[in-house]
Design a protein around this ligand. Sequence first.
Ligand code: FAD
Ligand code: NAD
Length: 473
Amino acid sequence: MEKQKKFDVIVLGGGPAGYVAAIRCAQLGLSTACIEKWLDKKNKPVLGGTCLNVGCIPSKALLDSSHHFEFLTKESKAHGIEATVSLNVTQMLERKNKIVAGLTQGIAGLFKKNKVDWLKGSGKIVGKKEVTITHHDGSTSTVCGNNIIIAAGSNPVSIKTAQTDDKSVIDSSGALSLSEVPDSLCIIGAGVIGLELGSVWRRLGSKVTMLEAAPEFLPTTDVAISKEAYKIFKKQGLKIQLNSKVTATNYLEEKVEVHYENKEGQQSTTFDKVIVAVGRSPNTENLGLDTVGIKTDVRGFVVVDDKCHTGVDNIYAIGDCVRGPMLAHKASEEGVAVAERIFGQSPHVNFNTVPWVIYTWPEIAWVGKNEKELKEANRKIRVGTFPFLASGRAHAMGSTQGFVKVIADEITDTVLGVHIIGPNASELISEAVLAMEFGASSEDIARTIHGHPTLSEALHEASLAVESRTIHY
Ligand code: FAD
Ligand code: NAD
């Protein structure tokens, strides 16, 4: 009989939660294995999980490509650049696939460099220190770990009224691989995925309708930001219909008829494609959690404390399969923290400074609390805003939509939240995250010298605006 392999740590899942945890464990000198089951389209085992294979990276690759396309078709003339433009979707997808392949191979390289053992196949907990792996060829093996980190991630939520058929009704993964631009596209759910992928296909020429069940648009975003975003996206051509509940879909030969209900009553429209983007749910079935007494909540998330401990011996859970935002950077930070905790250190993840980004154009990004949340908590606040219309750099770029909003405590002036809609908001938010991490006041940002001309001057000016002393507005 083959001798059972023993490790200090076994990580179940090789997405941004699991692969980062595994690398950090190995850096700290812990013998580490990471079990990952993902197979790419050619049935080749790959690391990187949702984020690298069908999430953050491929979506941003297509967002960038489609942004260039829109620039050339709609904006370049104003720069004195006239071009005859044609679209090659196959090449665009090939570029995206190449980026994904390069990055997933990069993780495999990092595993080699750090001596993380990548065990290929599907893992199942069979004891408090034991995991069985079903390999891709059907064989099985069992490994032993003093610590187990569950990092099994999440999957798209499906709805009965619009079941995916991988042809006309697709999920976010399918929407990253459409071989041609659909003439008409329906997106069910106007959340982050809907807006990002809706933007990609709209820029490439689709007529995009978004059916959102909730009465509010982007309800977790600061109201001023979501109002501005709604206005801008509508003007861009995204037809966002709130209060719209899909009741049925009828699969026609090449099209799909979507029946939905809104305030006016029952409606039906025919589309070329339908993307279902109504959220994601934790991938926690078939992990053997019950075997060792690990609890899940009603939605299937593994129950953990603020240290990501499951309450069962040395078993932790991190990333999308536990509470908190389903974001790659949150998942990775939890991975690092758990690795360091296993090693005996006392790390800390500050959930109040997790940045949120929506990669539309203009981009949306925020950190900390929004105005409504603070008012509901009876916090006395001061607010400063600054529009990109008053930013020299934004004019030079030709991207003047949006604004920065800084919220500070009325007495202490501590920054409580920063909310941005505007060009490169995804990068600008990092300064606000750092400021909040260091407990900065709005005056601290206001007294910090910002390069000129940069978009970051808008954050500087919004901080000055808290004291009603902006210079350029
Ligand atoms: P995952 O990335 O889902 O990884 C879990 C891994 O575990 C998978 O590889 C899976 O195969 C493996 N696994 C599960 N069960 C087993 C098992 N039994 N045995 C072996 N392996 C197993 N987040 C951002 O922060 N920024 C973005 O821009 C962004 N864009 C996104 C765009 C899209 C279209 C989508 C769908 C998501 C996006 N996200 C984004 C969310 C982000 O992808 C997730 O938050 C992140 O991937 C979570 O990491 P994770 O490691 O917890 O889970
Ligand atoms: P989401 O929660 O952002 O949006 C889902 C939307 O669908 C919500 O507005 C919801 O009200 C709506 N909805 C739910 N059921 C519906 C129904 N039956 N009919 C119509 N609308 C319905 O979820 P998502 O966009 O699917 O994204 C999933 C997760 O992935 C998010 O939690 C997000 O954090 C993560 N993600 C992050 C990024 C990023 O950081 N840029 C990008 C993509 C995804």
